[in-house]
Write a protein that binds this ligand. Sequence first.
Ligand code: NAD
Length: 430
Amino acid sequence: MPARNSIGVIGIGYVGLVTSACFAELGHNVVCMDIDADKISSLEQSQVPIYEPGLEELVRKNQERMLFTTSLEKVFDRCEIVFIAVDTPPTFTGDADLSRVFAVMSSLPGLVDNHHVLVMKSTVPVGTGNKISAELARQEAGNIDYVSNPEFLREGSAIHDFMNPDRIVIGSRDPQAGRKVAMLYDKLKAPILETNVPTAEMIKYASNAFLATKISFINEIANVCEEVGADVSVVAEGMGYDQRIGRHFLNAGIGFGGSCFPKDVAALKQIAGNSGYHFQLLTAVIEVNELQKRRVVNKLKKHLGNLSDKTIALLGLAFKPNTSDLREASSIVLASRLLGDGAYVKAYDPVAIPYAAKAVRGILLCDDILSAVSGSDAVVLVTEWEEFEHLPLEKMKECMRHHLIIDGRNFLDPEEVRAAGFAYEGIGRI
Ligand SMILES: NC(=O)c1ccc[n+]([C@@H]2O[C@H](COP(=O)([O-])OP(=O)(O)OC[C@H]3O[C@@H](n4cnc5c(N)ncnc54)[C@H](O)[C@@H]3O)[C@@H](O)[C@H]2O)c1
């Protein structure tokens, strides 16, 4: 048997590339495989096709330890431990689409032997690991070890999160296989939680669903604050001092988006439903999140009346700052609703514009803040990019038709905005 002392990673997207570069940084050799040949050839030149702070530098720094390929054979030839990090997007029912995971599985016969350990980094529904183990057994590859090692990194701070995890979760049937995977993280100082496969799978979903619940909860509090004249920012601060609650994820706004929360919450609801349990709380979390975007439209209508033929400028398109990712971004939902109401929509984002043409149709993409706001009736701040913290309010006032700013992330200083002569509305703020 050849020495298989590299780590394999299949699926070199946000998670796969960060995982690969960070393992390389920890001193491992990594074979990085993707079916997207264009992506692999860019990465061979150390050109990273996504925006993630520090990632291109890390890939360049570790290029000698990272081999990029489209060949699965190379992966299984050179690696004993192989991570799967392919995407698991939502289907129209809300279930996770596992077709990419199973596409990898169906390529395994002839490539794997009982020395390999398959490690699932992708977020997969509870029970998937057991199904895969059964499928491997059917393919007479049942001796391959299967480990669940869900990933908790956040886009925008992915390298920091990978290198400084709050915990590393390892689910396995055979503790020896689990320990082999745990050893790869030896240099990181983090608690390692070893458990069985379904429990590890559930930890990932339960964590994301809890965080999404926290966001929808504070958004509902914000909506009540608006009715009773309280300020949600201060309410959240006051709540956050309580250590049982904590400060994180208590920022009211126009709701969560991104490639994880919406799909993972929907998938957990489906997992529960498919097993006969109605997860009522998650139904509300999803509905609150959808309604939260509609409230922005209502705020615009309150000031501008009918939106037909009005021009609305969106500042920020990415689902959060420091990423180019537009998957399930609030901006896209909002833009579609505004277009549906007959408004013209212009937008600027410091990073996501080159990626936006494919994701959103019918909106005018602009190169800077002033081109976006010029001639518009209102500005909606959708993503809290640092560049938007101090807007060029005087210049904006000169070129806008009406002077209205809806701060969808409670990011601006209301006094500063009002002092510059704008009407200001945040979310649950006085
Ligand atoms: N993005 C995040 O912040 C994040 C965080 C934690 C967990 N996750 C989970 O990690 C998984 C990956 O997410 P992502 O955001 O990195 O996805 P992504 O879409 O950025 O990347 C997936 C990659 O897999 C490749 N791929 C698809 N099918 C393949 C196949 N058969 N063989 C080889 N490569 C294949 C695609 O070409 C793509 O490059 C998902 O399950 C997601 O839920 C994502």
